[in-house]
Design a protein around this ligand. Sequence first.
Ligand code: DP6
Length: 393
Amino acid sequence: MRIVTCIAPVNIAVIKYWGKRNEELILPINDSISASLDTNQMCAKTTVMISPDFESDRIWLNGREESIDNKRLQRCIQEIRKRVAVSGGTLSEEICQWKIHICSENNFPTAAGLASSAAGYACLAAALAKLYDFTGNISEIARLGSGSACRSVYGGFVRWYMGSDPTGRDSIAKQIAPETHWPEMRIIVLVVNDSKKKVSSAIGMKRSVETSKLLEYRAKHVPQKVEEMHQAILDKNFSKFAELTMRDSNQMHAVCLDTFPPCFYLNDISCTIIQLINAYNSAFDSIKVAYTNDAGPNTVLYLLEENVPLVLGLIDFFFPPSTISGQLYKKGNPPESITPTKKLLEKIDLQPQPIGSIRNIIYTRIGCGSTQLQNPSEHLLDNNGLPKNIQYL
Ligand code: DP6
């Protein structure tokens, strides 16, 4: 038998992927750029195992056995097997036909709706590549699971090139700069309380492609923004980086509203956070923080380390935490908050929100890409190929 375990990061786009030109191959209508977040706070972990003793392919996700007949999942597995067979890899044809068991979990609550499929598919692609000694491009395999997953294969700042080849061969991610490039950069993930069921990003973006004229406009103008963002990252130009990030998030959500029927991903709390950040930047007459939202109400802030204590102080003031949650409210060991002055609060001029509007805060930084874990104690499957964690059974 063969067994491999990998971890992969969550990534948060600063120039968004929104819209496919090919649904089947998951080919986007524009390049996108993201940063991969530190796996210590948020990551997917996946063990893959093949054995002649397994009777069928099986998968366990976050504590539950799920159907293996998921189209995207099958595509990743089949594609990697096919490519290994064609390139005459190191494993015999017989071994490549052994049934596979997959077990995957996140170290953050999936219910929080945070880019979990990106980390999950990047992790699966990385683990399958090691399992089958695949030497091709892993981001291309991850992309077949979920578009944004191709960016989670790498650490630091990553660009997904849309490519032009109809086969998707050149629609791959590449690193712009490693995780060490901008050491002062910090990320604060604000997990917003929300129970509404959202339209998935796959369905939302399909609907946008079909109905939004604004998306056509966006597609024409993103190439310029991507180049500017790429350069801002290389130059470590924070105010340029932050302005582009906020504008791009705003535009993606404007496209969602221009979609028919419209998709609403932001809620009142996300909008108040956006107002707070704009008011804070205005109060200092300089862009010190950027916000961005994916297909959900959770808001992610990018900022430099020196500004974290005051920004946390403002969040504490305007979004008082619930004291009854019992869980650790702030994760990732953030620094002590600074209480904002009366003068700053007057300038910001917003109303504090109901207690518990933000469920928790994850403080993190830029991190590395998918990585194989060598210690056998890290495997999520035991020697029989069953989940070690009893809750799965
Ligand atoms: C809003 O990668 O989840 O997070 O390719 O259909 O799986 P599929 O979509 P997905 O879309 C993510 C969209 C986004 C923006 C981004 O991450 O670039």
